[in-house]
Write a protein that binds this ligand. Structure first.
Ligand code: PFF
Length: 425
């Protein structure tokens, strides 16, 4: 991202939505829903998006645009001290860890794309490296603007393809069981673990809690309506996740897969759906290509967090920052990829699982908590009110609702879910 303002308002929505919509919606959401009891998870997830995700996203917008800086620079500028540096560092560390396993999953898209094109694909580690190379190339050539313009057309196309998959899925025998699984919550399945998984998915899917939305907001114009942008981004993101669920679960039940199959769920179910479609091969190629684009628009935003930090805080040139972040990610991503074959296991978990666990269940909620506590209790509320009202006609009572939400209920909710995850309540 160049250090300039977004040219159009829709450009911001597209870039932020491009970051939010990615593998999280189409790969992670369905498999977590499958593992966490279906409808119960969906319901809890929507509650988490509305009551925690939206206020946190808006807080990142306020901090980012107010300061015009990267995560660490923003906290330092707005707090006027170094006391909040930990938050900036935690964001940068989190972004590097996420990128490491995100490119592994992007590699799986590449494998399926190559398989549907040529019938063969290289081993997963090679696909991971291809994913990382594509990512670095996009950032290096500064063609992100081009990609964003392109995704204006390609992302709606991805949605259209998903809708076609929905049609096929829904007309498979036994598909209603899948819909029932997704939309009928079994109340007894709402446990503390389900809350933690839903909260972590909300953070991951909305790209919040690690300064990604903050970094984008630094490039926003003052006449951008931030509350509306947050609603649009969260709305699009949730819609895509639900449509992915409707495409996947009827097929899961129809073909006799287990909904709790885990991270490979989508990659084993969808090829069966394609095989059962006329022109299935063509659909498969188009789908995995579009999914790859969705993954890339997200992974560049993840890497941008560390690149912006190195550039703005340490004066590192953009090229060098890219080399450093890519080199670190290569090592971590290869280790992640190998860990799925049984090496690099720690306490019975693969490195891949550890990175996922540490980031989405620990660092992102912690980051979200830091942002809301800072704005709620440490930053003068007149400042955030002024920032929010620029570009929007947010009524004062709504501002107060947001302010009081981020002061008490949002941090408490994050804390309780978090402590529960650590087995402490
Ligand atoms: N939100 C992206 C997805 O759902 O695939 C993943 C992501 C992007 C997470 C950017 C974090 C981030 F900063």
């Amino acid at each position: 991202m160049e250090n300039s303002k977004f040219a159009t308002k829709i450009g911001v929505v597209m870039a932020a939505a491009g970051s939010a919509v990615g593998l999280g919606n189409i790969w992670r959401f369905p498999y977590l829903t499958g593992e966490n009891g279906g409808g119960a998870f969906l319901l809890v997830y929507i509650v988490c998006v509305l009551l925690v995700g939206l206020p946190v996203m808006l807080s990142e917008f306020v901090i980012g645009r107010r300061s015009g800086k990267n995560a660490l620079g923003a906290m330092r500028a707005l707090s006027g001290s170094r006391r909040w540096n930990w938050l900036g560092w935690s964001c940068v560390a989190c972004s590097v860890l996420i990128l490491a396993f995100y490119v592994v999953v992007t590699g799986w898209c590449i494998r399926h794309l190559l398989l549907s094109l040529f019938g063969v694909a290289p081993p997963d580690m090679v696909n991971t490296l291809i994913a990382l190379a594509v990512n670095a190339a996009v950032l290096w050539m500064g063609v992100q603007k081009g990609i964003e313009r392109m995704s204006r057309w390609l992302m709606p196309l991805l949605l259209v393809l998903l809708l076609l998959l929905v049609l096929r899925s829904l007309t498979l025998p036994g598909s209603m069981d899948g819909l029932r699984f997704l939309f009928r919550p079994v109340w007894s399945k709402i446990t503390g673990d389900v809350w933690l998984s839903a909260l972590s998915q909300a953070f991951f899917s909305l790209s919040i809690g690690l300064g990604c939305m903050l970094t984008y907001a630094a490039y926003m114009r003052k006449n951008q309506n931030m509350p509306r942008t947050a609603l649009q981004v969260a709305g699009i993101d949730t819609l895509v996740a639900i449509v992915a669920g409707v495409a996947v679960f009827p097929a899961v039940f129809s073909f006799g897969f287990s909904p709790a199959e885990g991270p490979q769920l989508v990659f084993s179910v969808l090829p069966s759906v394609f095989a059962a479609m006329p022109w299935g091969g063509v659909f498969a190629v188009c789908f995995f290509f579009l999914l790859l684009i969705a993954a890339i628009t997200s992974s560049v935003s993840i890497q941008e967090i560390a690149v912006a930090y190195l550039g703005e805080q340490h004066g590192v040139s953009r090229g060098r920052a890219l080399v450093v972040t890519t080199a670190v990610t290569v090592v971590l991503a290869v280790a992640c990829s190998l860990s799925l074959d049984g090496v690099f296991q720690i306490a019975g978990r693969s490195l891949f699982d550890w990175f996922d666990f540490l980031t989405s269940k620990f660092l992102m909620p912690l980051g979200g908590m830091g942002f809301v506590l800072f704005l709620g209790w440490f930053y003068p509320s007149e400042g955030s009110c002024e920032e929010l009202q620029q570009g929007s006609r947010l009524p004062h009572w709504l501002f107060l609702c947001w302010l009081w939400a981020i002061r008490i209920p949002v941090p408490i909710a994050i804390l309780i879910i978090f402590l529960h995850g650590l087995g402490m309540v």
